[in-house]
Design a protein around this ligand. Structure first.
Ligand code: NAP
Length: 249
């Protein structure tokens, strides 16, 4: 089959809500088959599958905790079973357990590093094995502007997101010779469940620091992810694109 005829298959971790959900829909509109991963939200993932299908794509939902190696293995096996290949991996699944360091438990540090950083490592490993064989791949990791600027109360989260930048650049070098690109998108302050609990005063203060004058919406980030995931972005690797309204410049 010629390269142009291949329908690309994308796995989006944490595709059931927020940014991941918007990424699934954006990639479905680009003509990809979608594997919508979720951890707890079965109904939310089913809704995303329906939205992808409405956009003209094939889509399945797969439950897997990305911090668990066996789950990641099964996630990729189910993707191959459904669509025969994996061309795009978006490491989007992420959690926060914010606290000042004196109050942060070891368990909260480990939980965030395991979900955000180890989860991406495990999925990259599963993806790389298959992408190397097919000599094609696009990996996009969701970092954050806090990886670049730091944020009081988020030592665990910022460490995980900064770790993702090191992972992205190292893996970009490892896989470049096999026509596989690895890039990162660093969102700023985006309106999702993750940021919904912030007190109004904090939200107002954060918005003041955004040159474009508003928090982002998931689609703002999905657009940047879809850009890296596109066939045409073949000369971009090891890059970090801030989707942040100008916050981190
Ligand atoms: P969100 O609304 O809280 O959604 C998180 C998603 O990740 C959910 O689909 C959740 O699935 C999934 N997830 C969490 N732990 C998982 C695990 N162990 N295995 C598999 N899936 C898991 O988050 P969001 O705001 O859309 O953020 C998406 C990504 O962007 C995250 O990596 C986040 O760190 C990053 N980011 C967000 C912002 C922001 O302002 N929102 C800023 C910078 C970076 P279930 O619901 O099924 O558990």
């Amino acid at each position: 089959m010629s390269e142009e005829m291949i329908i690309r298959t994308a796995i989006v971790t944490g595709g059931s809500r927020g940014i991941g959900r918007a990424v699934c829909i954006a990639l479905a509109k680009q003509g990809c088959n979608l594997v919508v991963n979720y951890c707890h939200g079965e109904a939310a993932a089913a809704e995303v599958v329906a939205l992808c299908k409405a956009a003209g794509a094939e889509a399945v939902a797969v439950q897997a905790d990305v911090s668990n190696a066996e789950d990641c293995k099964r996630l990729f096996e189910e993707a191959i079973h459904a669509f025969g290949r994996v061309d795009i991996l978006v490491n989007n699944a992420g959690i926060t357990r914010d606290n000042l360091i004196l109050c942060m438990s070891e368990a909260d540090f480990d939980a965030v590093l395991n979900a955000n950083l180890k989860g991406a490592f495990l999925c990259c490993k599963e993806a790389a094995r298959r992408m190397v064989r097919q000599r094609y791949g696009r990996i996009v990791n969701l970092s954050s502007v806090v990886a670049l600027r730091g944020n009081a109360g988020q030592t665990n989260y910022a460490a995980s997101k900064a770790g993702l930048l090191g992972l992205t650049k190292s893996l970009a070098r490892e896989l470049a010779g096999r026509n596989i690109t690895v890039n990162a998108v660093a969102p700023g302050f985006i309106e999702t469940d993750m940021t919904a609990a912030l007190p109004e005063a904090v939200r107002a203060e954060m918005t003041k620091g955004i040159p474009l004058g508003r928090p982002g919406i998931p689609e703002d980030v999905a657009n940047a992810v879809a850009f890296f995931a596109a066939e045409q972005s073949s000369y971009l690797t090891g890059q970090v694109l801030c989707a942040d309204g100008g916050m981190a410049m």
